[in-house]
Design a binder for this molecule. Structure first.
Ligand code: 6GU
Length: 251
């Protein structure tokens, strides 16, 4: 997959050279390119923003600068613009977007190319998203949660990591993608333990030392459900009743 990130702070994304995403880049699994939006300005001051029409605080990013950047980075839109089946997808991190979830990460991981447009100030002129949607591109305006950041860069890193780890070959043991929180079961992950079996007077739950796999599976499922009910009642309410067995209903 190719991911182009456009920002006025390219250095902010230097951390994407590290860890798993950095390894995926070096292995050729992820072609990640970070661009400076100011490379598409035409004036001496390399201006990317201006005052909002209608008044109010802050500055808005200019559509002409973003238009030149995105025209350079996007391919011709495909005739078939069905979602999540290859081609390029424009991602605009913004606190006013839909909340980014594992489902979005899974869909974005099927694309050939993502172009992530990081806004600063009060955001990007609304005509930019409209224009690229009208031209047949998929455009997703996505928030990473209900709080305010100074710009889209940290959110872009969150999304690149969430998508990058789903690309084939990036996570060494694909099994570790199966059981995790926000995975297919619709539950948070159960608590985990390692050696030593006693630490500071605290013992690892006996069942995990028993070698009894059916009992271990049952215990983990119970703890996942208990934890999800306590921390994320919204996720329990959204569960398919058919995935709960008689035992689950008692937990
Ligand atoms: Cl994507 N951008 C900004 N600036 N703030 C945010 C956000 C994004 N998601 C949550 N807060």
């Amino acid at each position: 997959m190719r991911i182009d990130v456009v920002t006025i702070f390219p250095d902010y994304l230097a951390a994407l050279d590290l860890s798993l995403v950095g390894k995926a880049r070096r292995a050729g699994l992820l072609d990640l390119r970070v661009h400076d939006l100011r490379d598409w300005t035409t004036d001496r001051h390399r201006t990317v923003d201006d005052t909002p029409f209608g008044g109010g605080a802050g500055m808005v990013m200019r559509p002409d600068v973003w238009g030149r950047a995105l025209d350079d980075l996007l391919p011709e839109p495909a005739a078939d613009t069905g979602a999540g089946t290859g081609g390029a997808h424009v991602v605009v991190p913004t606190p006013s977007g839909d909340v980014f979830t594992q489902r979005h990460a899974e869909e974005l991981a099927t694309e050939d190319q993502l172009v992530v447009a990081c806004g600063r100030y009060e955001g990007i002129d609304a005509r930019v998203a409209e224009h690229y949607r009208a031209a047949g591109h998929r455009v997703s305006e996505l928030s990473i949660g209900d709080y305010v950041l100074n710009g889209g860069e940290v959110a872009a890193m969150v999304m690149v990591e969430a998508v990058g780890r789903l690309l084939p070959g990036v996570v060494g043991n694909p099994h570790s993608l199966v059981e995790e929180s926000h995975g297919a079961a619709g539950l948070l992950e159960y608590p985990v333990y390692t050696k030593p079996p006693a630490w500071d007077g605290r013992e690892v739950p006996e069942v995990l030392l028993s070698g009894h796999h059916a009992r271990i599976d049952r215990w983990r499922r119970d703890r996942a459900l208990e934890r999800t009910a306590a921390r994320r009642p919204d996720m329990v309410a959204a569960l398919d009743p058919d995935v709960l067995d008689a035992h689950d209903r008692e937990v």
